[in-house]
Design a protein around this ligand. Structure first.
Ligand code: BJ8
Length: 423
């Protein structure tokens, strides 16, 4: 649909029942933090402008587009985790939209309804809902949570949000349970759309989602070069917006970016002004609005050459075969691909250790920055296990436990500077 003017967008937000004054404050705070972290960097690829715009549009034009999509008979579901398979929803014309909050601004509002000592991601998400600043609250038809960590699953329960049951282990009865949840999801979206999934439609959506993941992997591949053509901070923005843009728009933007990055490699042009130690970012996700640790780490001279979190490799790893003939065969393959995701909510989760060690070798990393969102016990405890494996392999690491506020930026910077010296 055509781009709306600021005045028209205001009308859209008003129709959705947003608290306009509060929403303006949220937008201002997000734009400020984006300008301070991303826009202030030198040597950014020009094509990053498309991803900056996608972030800007996430509360505006994208919402208007989705309302239009619904008007034409399509649907919109809100999701909170990368275990929810986009392929199945897209196959019946339902667009999944990630609703995890990454902004610090709504957190004070969450304190009215949630305890303070839980993960900022959950507080930010729910803070947006209760402060009437989330345009998707009413722009979507339905929201689907998942039984991953305690903070999320108890919040879904409190707010009456349905959830997908995720097993806690990966043995064969767990795989059966997971497949039955995938089928439940299929039936749910079919009911919402009022039509059944066809083989062609599911194959098409598998292809699109594979392409999106493949492009993210290609961007990541280029970061293996001695002179990475894109910073870890910008690569994070690409990952964050992959989930917020329509798959088609994302594919177009990522292809243009890749072209520019390859040109940089041909010319030996690095995104970094200086050669600093290469590190892997590991741990809790950094949803749109949150890029604090990436920004601080790179501002003091570390180069984040790979990101293993859900806003990194955990999201784009894996490929679903595109030549399967039946819907059941495709659902089975989708279940397998998503079941391989190595979230710390699973116990044991030893494949994550293997994945991180492999990434260190492939990306020529000198160390690992564990980033754990405050009160995210899964990643916090698992960091100890990962640390043991890293020590055995002679790889230095540092654990940063933090929230979405800017208060500890200086302290994080001092610790990361010491880590850089060590590397
Ligand atoms: S697959 S990491 S997106 S659950 S909300 S676990 S940060 S305490 S987001 Fe997640 Fe899915 Fe796992 Fe990824 Fe920790 Fe916070 Fe829980 Fe979180």
């Amino acid at each position: 649909m055509e781009r709306l003017s600021p005045k028209q967008l205001k009308r859209v937000w008003d129709d959705l029942g947003l608290d306009l004054a509060a929403h303006e404050k949220l937008m201002e705070s997000m734009e400020r933090s984006h300008a301070r972290t991303f826009l202030a960097c030198d040597r950014r690829p020009e094509s990053m402008g498309m991803f900056d715009a996608a972030l800007h549009d996430a509360h505006g034009q994208r919402v208007a587009d989705l309302i239009e999509h619904r008007r034409k008979g399509g649907g919109v579901i809100g999701t909170f985790c990368i275990y929810v398979p986009d392929e199945i929803a897209l196959a019946v014309g339902i667009v999944p939209v990630p609703l995890c909050g990454g902004s610090n601004w709504p957190i004070k509002h969450a304190d009215r309804v949630l305890p303070r000592d839980i993960c900022p991601l959950v507080r930010s998400t729910m803070g947006m809902a209760v402060s009437e600043t989330c345009p998707y609250k009413r722009a979507k038809n339905y929201a689907l949570g998942e039984t991953t960590c305690d903070a999320k699953k108890k919040a879904w329960d409190l707010f009456g949000i349905d959830s997908m049951e995720l097993p806690q282990r990966k043995d064969s009865p767990d795989r059966e349970l997971w497949l039955s949840e995938i089928r439940k999801f299929q039936h749910g979206v079919e009911e919402l759309a009022g039509r059944q999934i066809t083989e062609d439609a599911l194959r098409r959506s598998i292809r699109i989602c594979n392409r999106r993941r493949a492009l993210l992997r290609e961007v990541s591949e280029l970061r293996k070069k001695p002179e990475p053509p894109i910073t870890g901070l910008d690569a994070l923005l690409v990952s964050q917006t992959a989930l917020a843009m329509s798959p088609e728009s994302f594919i177009g933007a990522a292809e243009a970016l890749l072209e520019e990055l390859r040109e940089r490699i041909r010319n030996g042009y690095s995104a970094y002004p200086e050669v600093g130690p290469r590190v892997i970012f590991a741990g809790s996700p950094a949803p749109m609005g949150h890029a604090k640790v990436h920004a601080v780490a790179e501002s003091i001279g570390l180069r984040i050459v790979a990101d293993e979190s859900c806003t990194g490799a955990r999201y784009y790893r894996g490929h679903i075969p595109e030549d399967l003939l039946t819907v059941n065969g495709m659902l089975d393959a989708i279940a397998d691909r998503y079941f391989e995701i190595d979230c710390a909510c699973f116990s044991p989760n030893s494949e994550r250790v293997d994945n991180v060690l492999r990434m260190i070798a492939e990306y020529g990393a000198d160390g690992v920055v564990h980033n754990v969102l405050q009160y995210c016990h899964g990643y916090d405890i698992e960091a100890r296990r990962l640390d043991g494996a890293l020590r055995d392999a002679g790889i230095p690491s540092i654990l940063i436990v933090s929230d979405y506020s800017a208060e500890d930026e200086q302290r994080i910077g001092i610790r990361l500077e010491a880590f850089r010296e060590l590397l």
